[in-house]
Design a protein around this ligand. Structure first.
Ligand SMILES: [Zn+2]
Length: 401
């Protein structure tokens, strides 16, 4: 599924423009490019719609397909109206990772500019427009210079202090397409070392992760996007997605390309502020245990260096949208009742009698409950909402020293 969206994206924006032009003609509107015409952006959820809006401002018209906070997006059933909106859009922004697969199904076979957040740094080629790598000559003995694709040059470290790993990952020219769908390196020149990166993007040394190294699908800072689709809780990925949205909007409306870039940069600064707050949270609360009724905020919990002690059997059942076994329910109840966690993170959008019983147990034990949701509450922007949630988490953890 991610493969097909990537294909749409690399089909180029031109094809999308043509399709949009045709669609508009068919609707009888005709006057594309005239003043007052706004690019139409359709996002699967109001979270991604808010990110797109932050980039496009009043130059675009954004619509979210799922925005009712009372619904569970995981079990959303799309309508023919959704299909019409997606088909009509100039740009489609989706989460990916199976979260909003109905959008990908609607898009199937329709060339259209798409930004899929989940694909992020690793699902898309870093430079889709450039010639394929196998065309490059392969000087085997000489030290290969950086080829401009972000491949590791033999320099010991890049400007971010990342160590350059040996090119043992199959990226040396001629490079076969990575079987795992990873782009060989992202735009910062990060490459994927065989070992977890020992330093973050600021060059700070981090302690060796306690968990085993993710086998594949690991993103920046070791995030493994293959295990969790709620990537809008990955703040770094969110601002990168905003920058990708700016690129696509700029291709569709070149006269505003710089304005889109500037807005994306402002948004990225704001999200950077949230990242800094998360780092402060980590510095103060690192290692505190939390229990989650659904791993919606996985990446935030990880960035705050909290210890998610939710029984794995319970998580597995919730993730597969099946009922947890009686044993798994007993296990999580026990964990809450024995006050193992400093806070319970509760997702009201995937509520069930079981998750409600976990919440009640937390309340009875004076364990703070922090709500983290799938969708934006009405009237909040992404940055406001995420800030609210970080504050709520901070407050809860401060209550339990
Ligand atoms: Zn979820």
């Amino acid at each position: 599924m991610t493969v097909s969206s990537r294909r749409f994206r690399t089909t180029t924006a031109l094809a999308g423009l043509t399709a949009a032009a045709l669609a508009m003609t068919a609707c009888g509107s005709g006057a594309q490019g005239g003043s007052g015409d706004k690019l139409k952006v359709v996002a699967s959820t109001n979270v991604w719609a808010s990110v797109a809006q932050a980039v496009g401002g009043d130059r675009i018209e954004v619509e979210a397909l799922i925005s009712d906070p009372a619904t569970d997006p995981h079990s959303y059933e799309s309508t023919p109206r959704d299909a019409a909106k997606v088909t009509d859009a100039d740009l489609v922004v989706l989460n990916g990772g199976g979260y909003d697969e109905f959008v990908e199904q609607i898009l199937a076979g329709k060339p259209k500019p798409v930004v899929e957040a989940f694909a992020g740094e690793h699902g898309e080629p870093a430079h889709p427009a450039e010639p394929a790598h196998p065309a490059e000559p392969a000087p085997p003995a000489e030290p290969a210079p950086g080829d401009g694709h972000g491949h590791p040059a033999p320099a010991p470290a890049d400007e971010h202090g990342h160590p350059a790993p040996p090119p043992a990952d199959g990226h040396g020219p001629p490079a076969p397409a990575p079987a795992d769908g990873h782009a060989p390196a992202d735009e910062h020149g990060h490459s994927e070392p065989a070992q977890p990166a020992p330093a973050d993007e600021h060059g700070h040394a981090e302690p060796a992760p306690a968990e085993p190294a993710p086998a594949e699908g690991h993103g920046h800072e070791g995030h493994d996007h293959s295990v969790n689709e709620h990537v809008w809780y990955d703040l770094h990925l969110v601002h990168e997605t905003a920058e990708r949205i700016a690129d696509e909007l700029g291709k569709l409306q070149p006269a505003d390309a710089q304005a889109f870039k500037d807005s994306a940069a402002r948004f990225s600064d704001e999200v950077g502020g949230l990242e800094a707050r998360t780092q402060q949270l980590a510095a103060a609360q690192q290692g505190k245990k939390v229990i989650v009724t659904e791993p919606v905020a996985h990446y935030l919990v990880e960035a705050a260096k909290l210890d998610d002690v939710t029984p794995p059997e319970f998580v597995k059942a919730i993730e597969s949208e099946s009922d947890p076994s009686a044993a798994a329910v007993a296990e999580i109840q026990n964990a809450v009742n024995s006050k193992q966690a400093a806070a319970v993170i509760y997702n009201p959008q995937t509520e069930s009698p079981v998750t409600e019983s976990v919440r009640r147990a937390a309340e009875q034990n004076q364990t703070p409950v922090v709500e983290m949701t799938e969708l934006l509450p009405e009237g909040r922007t992404y940055v406001q909402w995420m800030g609210d949630q970080i504050t709520a988490l901070e407050t809860a953890l401060n209550r339990n020293p």
